[in-house]
Ligand binder design. Structure first.
Ligand code: ATP
Length: 430
């Protein structure tokens, strides 16, 4: 049985991942593999925070179980083989009751949706929800085609995320260990946060723990949710002991934890084959820089690029170190791979890979053909030799040595979007 869920939290609190943990625990079921935390279109205006939706395949395990979570002292187990349960209606009622208890229904943006299904649809809905904007009618259309139990409140928009999470095939994935202190953790002092992030950093496979540039422990989210911290990793088994290590090394309260499989840092949101840029979609494509970057107030930068013979504008908002270097290094003619989202008619840059630097020349005064000394500019495109008074209208060009050999430009950890893979980790699409 698959349980899929979305859109339960509000600006003042709540978290759909925590709700999924509570549902699994209260149903008393085991998880096949790991529950899934699926990020969808990062440009969606209705999102509360990171546009995450949840799905888990649950049942009763047969054979070896591994502890992957805990809720109020009660363990949650994972197994590779599970038996299905017969009573889907009962599971739906229990899950929906919990959703209604925890969901922030007073928040106008909160529109919960819950799906209970025996089957998984193909991946097309997930890809569409990641790369475009869908309507509630689109999801009802797909739900009708399947034998699915569903519940929703208010406008039911959460069903879009729930159905998308259900349809994620998880071909590329990373993991996140999330620790909770429900309803809201007390603020952890900055120095302790750094220590916990450094502890996470020592565990094999973890990434994005600590932002050196901003001296920021990135595993600690902004407040107002039950999430204490979230550690991202490519090695699920190595992170399983982390909650116990935190408990034994630091005085930090926790009401539970869960290891999720996610599409974070997979670059899945980028379309690479497309006809034209569509609003609120994200793209990865090769382009030629056609103007020097210029800044406006607030530290935002803009430049133009040519893609398939047409010129477009790119924006870098609040440039941070890696992307600021891009602004400094870019030259007209550079051939680059751009990763970004098309918003208000511009590509908002998320990262850039340099493919080939252009050769840049500057115009200089020519040397005199008669005596070999450097000529002087007489104005009106004419040059005159100060020694022998020879004249010329032909300037010379000199190649500028481009010293920077960087081939990737990206935001620091704190400014990186959930779905974006770091070029330097070598995980990006090419
Ligand atoms: P939560 O932790 O509650 O999931 P969030 O920041 O992840 O918070 P939501 O509160 O879930 O965001 O709000 C996102 C809403 O947008 C959900 O209702 C979801 O179904 C919907 N949604 C997600 N992707 C799309 C899409 N591509 N097109 C239309 N709606 C979408």
């Amino acid at each position: 049985m698959f349980i899929a869920l979305d859109d339960t939290d509000g600006n003042d609190g709540g978290c759909t991942t925590h709700l999924m943990l509570r549902i699994i625990s209260e149903l008393g079921l085991d998880v096949k593999g790991y529950p899934r935390l699926v990020r969808l279109n990062p440009n969606i205006p209705f999102k509360t925070r990171g546009n995450a939706a949840l799905c888990a395949e649950v049942g009763i395990s047969r054979g070896r179980r591994r502890k992957i979570g805990e809720y109020m002292g009660k363990p949650v187990f994972s197994s590779s083989v599970i038996d299905d349960i017969p009573d889907y209606e009962h599971a739906a009622e229990t899950a929906w009751r919990i959703v209604l208890q925890e969901a922030r229904l007073n928040d106008e943006k909160t529109n919960p949706g819950l799906i209970i299904s025996r089957e998984k649809p193909d991946e097309s809905f997930y890809l569409a929800a990641l790369r475009s904007v869908l309507s509630v009618e689109d999801v009802f259309q797909r739900i009708k085609e399947m034998d699915i139990i569903y519940r929703y409140a208010k406008n039911g928009r959460g069903l879009i995320g729930a159905f998308s999470a259900l349809s994620w095939a998880a071909e590329k994935s990373t993991y996140e260990m999330i620790m909770y202190n429900y309803p809201q953790p007390e603020e952890t002092p900055k120095n302790v946060r750094r220590e916990v992030a450094k502890l996470a950093d020592k565990i094999h496979g973890t990434f994005n723990n600590y932002d050196d540039e901003n001296r920021h422990a990135a595993i600690f989210p902004s407040p107002r949710t039950p999430v204490l911290c979230g550690v991202r990793t490519t090695d699920p088994l190595a992170i399983l002991g982390f909650p116990d290590e935190v408990a034994s090394n630091f005085q930090i309260g926790s009401t539970g934890y869960m290891l999720f499989q996610t599409n974070q840092a997979t670059d899945d949101h980028y379309q690479q084959h497309f006809e034209q840029f569509e609003e609120l979609s994200s793209y990865a494509f090769n382009a030629v820089i056609s103007s020097h970057p210029v800044a406006i107030r607030g530290g935002h930068w803009f430049f133009n690029f040519l893609y398939k013979g047409k010129e477009y504008r790119a924006a870098i908002f609040e440039p941070s170190k890696g992307l600021r270097l891009l602004v400094k290094d870019l030259e007209i003619g550079d051939y680059v791979q751009i990763f970004g989202s098309f918003i208000d008619g511009k590509i908002n840059i998320e990262k850039v890979r340099m493919i080939e630097r252009s050769i840049v020349f500057v115009r200089i005064n020519p040397t005199c053909r008669k005596c070999g000394s450097r000529m002087q500019n007489e104005g009106r495109e004419r040059f005159r030799c100060p020694l022998c008074s020879n004249h010329s209208v032909l300037p010379e060009y000199k190649e500028i040595k481009r010293i920077n050999r960087r081939n990737s430009y990206e935001s620091p950890v704190a400014g990186r979007r959930h779905l974006v893979a770091s070029i330097q980790d070598g995980a990006t699409v090419s």
